[in-house]
Design a protein around this ligand. Structure first.
Ligand SMILES: *Cc1c(COP(=O)(O)O)cnc(C)c1O
Ligand code: SF4
Length: 357
């Protein structure tokens, strides 16, 4: 199932194909002012694999798959595409988003429900799998479509917690005093309008056992203009300590616009962490992983998790085997300060927490 756009963000199917604003000499040219129109940038995302390749001067044939693009469409904000290297078919950002023939090869052990989320719903749009933490599937929408994502097969758009104005999700949380942390996830919760998120947090603020709010989002990385003045005002107003867990897999995903978004998140009083997925051909080297951690810290972000890939159908070509993952992680431990080493974990269905490798 394809994550659908949230109701207030219908993608403009025939969006004009702008000339991409490429960076030159490492300088990002795309620097929308704070409060810029992120919804417009969202609608202007690239949706055609061949348009993306042509913008990157990649005329030579890459094994782009129309079948894979039908299953899970390409979607890339233009600012993210601007951080890709022109003329490089192996660009680590391009590889994360380009639908390739590899995805359509069935591989034993790679299934649609790789992490067993189907079994863990405590209520409408709420997944209560781990002690004290309720994960709220706020929406099925994302600004970017990551080829390795297990959500590519899920009908989350139909089960999002926002569907009934948050009522059932909030009731589920209110009814269980063991829940002290609410995690907004998806999809990407920041796909929703800030006013919609504020409606949720107003309801949640009446639940006395909540102590923390966490937001799992890739938007500050792929569409940093999302962290606009309205968003930071909302974050600043929240009655709990807030953690924002962003998702970057490669140092090249950061540029000046992302640095500025991270600074705004921190100014709003949030703690910003990064989770990455270990991906073959993207970040499966000590150099790439160390550069990612160091670049995160330059932006004021601490590495949190390095996830082993969920074994989702269509993602097998991204897998790094456990032995190599451990070797890479050990090399990071030897090379980086402890606070820049993410925890290497895997999600195992039925486990009470992410499992360290
Ligand atoms: C990953 C995850 C969490 C959060 O786990 P942490 O280890 O606290 O980051 C919570 N609920 C679900 C369902 C998860 O998959
Ligand atoms: S990895 Fe995150 S941003 Fe990417 S498709 Fe999955 S949920 Fe969306």
């Amino acid at each position: 199932m394809i994550p659908a756009a949230s109701p207030d963000l219908q993608p403009a199917e025939g969006a004009r194909d702008h000339a991409i604003r490429h960076r030159s000499g490492g300088q990002a040219l795309l620097s929308e002012p704070i409060g810029g129109d992120w919804k417009r940038l969202w609608r202007e995302a690239i949706r055609d694999p061949r348009a993306l390749l042509s913008l990157l001067d990649l005329d030579r044939a890459l094994p782009v798959s129309d079948a894979a693009a039908m299953q899970f469409p390409l979607r890339v904000p233009r600012g993210f595409a601007a951080r890709m290297r022109r003329g490089d078919p192996d660009d680590p950002l391009l590889r994360q988003v380009l639908p390739l023939d590899d995805e359509m090869q069935p591989v034993p052990g790679f299934t649609p429900d790789a992490v067993g989320d189907g079994l863990s719903r405590a209520g409408h749009g709420v997944i209560h799998k781990y002690q004290g933490r309720a994960l709220l599937v706020a929406t099925g929408s994302c600004a970017v479509h990551c080829r390795y994502c297990f959500r590519r097969h899920f009908p989350y758009a139909q089960e999002s917690a926002a569907a009934d104005g948050w009522q059932m999700a909030v009731e589920t949380i209110r009814a269980d005093a063991s829940i002290t942390e609410v995690i907004l996830s998806g999809g990407d919760p920041l796909s929703l309008a800030t006013s919609k998120l504020a409606a949720l947090t107003i309801l949640l603020s009446a639940v006395p056992h909540i102590r923390r709010l966490r937001i799992h989002t890739r938007l500050p990385i792929v569409l940093p203009e999302r962290i606009d003045a309205e968003c930071t005002a909302w974050l600043s107003s929240l009655p709990w300590p807030v953690a924002v867990v962003v998702h970057a897999n490669h140092a090249n995903e950061f540029d000046a616009t992302v640095d500025a978004a991270m600074a705004r998140l921190r100014q709003a009083g949030t703690t910003v962490l990064n989770q990455a997925v270990l991906l073959r051909g993207v970040n499966d080297s000590v150099a790439a992983l160390a550069a990612l951690s160091e670049r995160c810290f330059d932006a004021g972000v601490l590495p949190y998790y390095l996830h082993q890939l969920d074994r989702v159908a269509g993602a097998a070509h991204f897998e790094v085997d456990d032995e190599r993952a451990r070797v890479l992680h050990a090399a990071l431990v030897a090379r980086l300060p402890g606070y820049l080493v993410p925890k290497l974990v895997r999600e195992v269905a039925g486990d009470p927490a992410k499992r360290p490798l």
